[in-house]
Design a protein around this ligand. Structure first.
Ligand SMILES: NC(=O)c1ccc[n+]([C@@H]2O[C@H](COP(=O)([O-])OP(=O)(O)OC[C@H]3O[C@@H](n4cnc5c(N)ncnc54)[C@H](O)[C@@H]3O)[C@@H](O)[C@H]2O)c1
Length: 354
């Protein structure tokens, strides 16, 4: 195969803002052949803007024209479209989160196994330079065994005021499933995706009761805001590691954004953003920051490269679907724990409860 022929499904914000411009930079290996969007005009506008030859009337029609698709629809449709694509013999890069429920994720994995086609999820934080450096440090044994992991994905008053992000029916939740999922995925990957055993979570929906609160990312309808705006969770793993998670779209904090994964291991520790390795020597703990980190500034490029190379059989895919399933299993357990007001036991090393 000379070039991987790619189609885009869902031609809105993330397709036009990230995936299409990135894939156009990989012209030597990729051609974008077609677009499909349930709103034909959106796809037609993107086709004209990016010079993409074809707009189709259905995703089934698009599958006939391509080797791979990037799914950029609201979360509710990820699983249905991914399964159909894989069953049609088409590789899939699906936007995050993998799907709204772990059952939907399992169906996607089954379809990928049936077809032998690549299924990957766009958890692009893994491709950031700091994350790659952290992964190398953990793999080299620099911090020993991870004991306590702290994950923060906090924005100060930045609820996305566009698109369908505050629509529970279409997205499955709010700050956790949309934003916290990135940092949760990153932390699990750095830890080597151990199996979780117990989850305790609390979610808040304060914004629906606070009309008129200043929001820096546009207006949203307070009266229909039925998703989580603050979430805390404690996750215990089978290997004894524990993880503290805090995520919010609308934290009342001093900083604009606090985004970090911090790992304390039995030999040393690290912070991912900015990258710092805290290593032990002569019985003392030293902090070291790299003067320079190799890699691309824009993680979308290595993400797309890895997907394309995996489809062409040239590289192993970095984001494996079983790992993305584990993220959804934990998110599901956090929502359940909050609803029931008690901790939830899970077995989630990306295992499928079939
Ligand atoms: N990786 C990231 O950091 C990141 C950032 C933003 C969004 N996303 C994800 O990307 C996805 C899309 O988000 P967005 O911001 O682009 O939303 P958007 O609303 O801007 O675009 C979604 C598009 O999908 C179309 N669509 C809806 N249902 C469809 C269907 N059944 N079939 C085909 N097209 C359909 C809509 O008409 C719209 O044009 C979501 O899953 C979201 O979580 C990821």
């Amino acid at each position: 195969m000379d070039k991987l022929r790619i189609g885009i499904i869902g031609a809105g914000g993330i397709a036009q803002g990230r995936h299409i411009p990135t894939l156009l930079k990989l012209r030597e290996r990729v051609s974008i052949e077609a677009l499909y969007d349930v709103n034909f005009t959106t796809a037609a506008d993107a086709s004209a803007k990016f010079n993409i030859p074809k707009v189709t009337d259905s995703y089934q029609e698009l599958f006939q024209l391509v080797d791979a698709v990037v799914i950029c629809t609201p979360n509710k449709f990820h699983s249905e479209i991914a399964v159909a694509a894989l069953d049609a013999g088409v590789h899939v890069l699906c936007e995050k989160p993998m799907a709204m429920t772990s059952r939907e994720c399992e169906e996607m994995i089954e379809a990928s196994k049936r077809s032998g086609k690549v299924l990957s999820i766009a958890f692009h934080y893994r491709f950031m330079k700091e994350a790659v450096a952290a992964k190398k440090a953990v793999a080299a044994g620099e911090i020993g065994k991870p004991l306590v992991v702290r994950v923060q994905a906090l924005r100060r008053r930045r609820v996305p005021g566009w698109g369908v992000f505050t629509n529970k029916e279409l997205q499955g939740g709010g700050s956790l499933i949309d934003y916290g999922c990135h940092l949760l995925d990153l932390s699990l990957w750095l830890m080597g995706n151990p199996g979780p055993s117990e989850v305790m979570g609390t979610t808040y929906n304060t914004l629906s009761k606070m009309p008129g609160q200043v929001n820096l990312w546009g207006a949203f309808d307070y009266s229909t805001f039925n998703v989580d705006d603050h979430v805390t969770a404690y996750i215990r793993f089978e290997n004894g590691t524990s993880l503290l998670l805090e995520t919010s779209w609308s934290n009342n904090i001093k900083e604009d954004v606090i985004e970090n994964v911090s790992i304390s291991g039995d030999m040393g520790g690290l912070e991912v953003f900015p990258f710092s390795l805290n290593y032990s020597k002569h019985g003392m703990l030293f902090n070291s920051e790299a003067a320079w980190l190799p890699g691309e500034e824009d993680p979308s490029i290595p993400q797309a490269q890895n997907f394309v190379e995996a489809c062409l059989g040239l590289s192993e895919q970095i984001v494996k679907p079983e790992e993305a399933l584990q993220v959804t299993q934990i998110i599901e357990a956090i929502y359940k724990s909050s609803e029931e007001g008690k901790s939830v036991s899970i077995q989630g090393k990306g295992e499928m409860a079939l």
